[in-house]
Design a protein around this ligand. Structure first.
Ligand code: ZN
Length: 114
């Protein structure tokens, strides 16, 4: 018996099988069991950096321009390395922590894979 594949939408591993469907309890995505033979990547959103490289969770990226922080005087300088990014499906599609700034959301168009 095959293991239930992770959710193609949010990559949750808490998916379960219900008849002919797989169900993700985290984002409520449901998909047919037959579709699971497709590579998960084909269905998942692909995140690309400013140069078109595919980004993945855990990657290290570099900021390619000075980024002003909303609501503070801080600026993330061009060239800042950001380790262990997490990709999220939103306008700012990278969640990360930056030394000296803390938790942060960035746009993938303003980074390049390091
Ligand atoms: Zn999901």
């Amino acid at each position: 018996m095959n293991a239930v594949p992770p959710c193609p939408k949010c990559h949750s591993e808490f998916t379960y099988e219900d008849g002919a469907l797989y169900i993700c309890p985290e984002c409520a995505h449901e998909w047919a069991v037959g579709e699971a033979t497709m590579p998960a990547e084909a269905a998942a959103k692909v995140y690309r950096d400013s140069a078109g490289n595919v980004l993945q969770d855990g990657d290290t990226v570099m900021v390619i321009k000075d980024l002003k922080l909303k609501g503070s005087a801080g600026v993330i300088k061009m060239g800042t390395r950001v380790k262990n990014i997490r990709l999220v499906d939103s306008d700012h599609d990278i969640d990360c922590r930056i030394d000296g700034f803390g938790a942060m959301s960035l746009k993938s168009e303003f980074v390049r894979k390091a």
